[in-house]
Design a protein around this ligand. Sequence first.
Ligand code: PRP
Length: 173
Amino acid sequence: MLEKELILTRSEIDRRVEELGREITRRYFGKDLVVVGVLKGAFVFLADLIRAIDLDIAVDFLQVASYGHGHVADGPIRIGKDIELAIGGKNVLIVEDILDTGHTLVKIRDFLADRRPRSIRSCVLIDKKERRQVDIVADYVGFVVEKGFLIGCGLDYGERYRHYPDVYSLTGL
Ligand code: PRP
């Protein structure tokens, strides 16, 4: 039987998002910034985060083609939807819901770096350590969570639960 355990409450998430927004605002003050959300999972966090950033930003989205779990680890990245904005010479902030094995973020970063942006940084709502396979550190981390199958705030299980305002760990899978 599926059961869910509360991991992050909406009010904790709201507070942390405000802090991240302030940090990002300070770092990019007076500079351009293109925020790139990675679909689908990032859309909820991204919507919250950009409203906490007090800068004149541009927003775009990218989606990695899905081939089931673990697809990103081997071979070149396959893009389902590319960004539409030109990022050459711009500051780019990649926004993800979760950093898990790390393969997705490494490959997206390299993919976008080929377009010669001025800088690339990353912001993840959750840094989950349990399954990390590559050495990557996000520049901005909302929360570190050691383990668990997480749902809510954009994170899904078979496309369900993305809309939950809080984050839960799902058990009994
Ligand atoms: C999730 C998440 C990240 C990726 C992280 O996406 O949104 O993009 O996995 O995993 P990794 O660090 O192990 O590479 P998923 O492929 O589940 O697609 P979704 O965002 O559409 O849910």
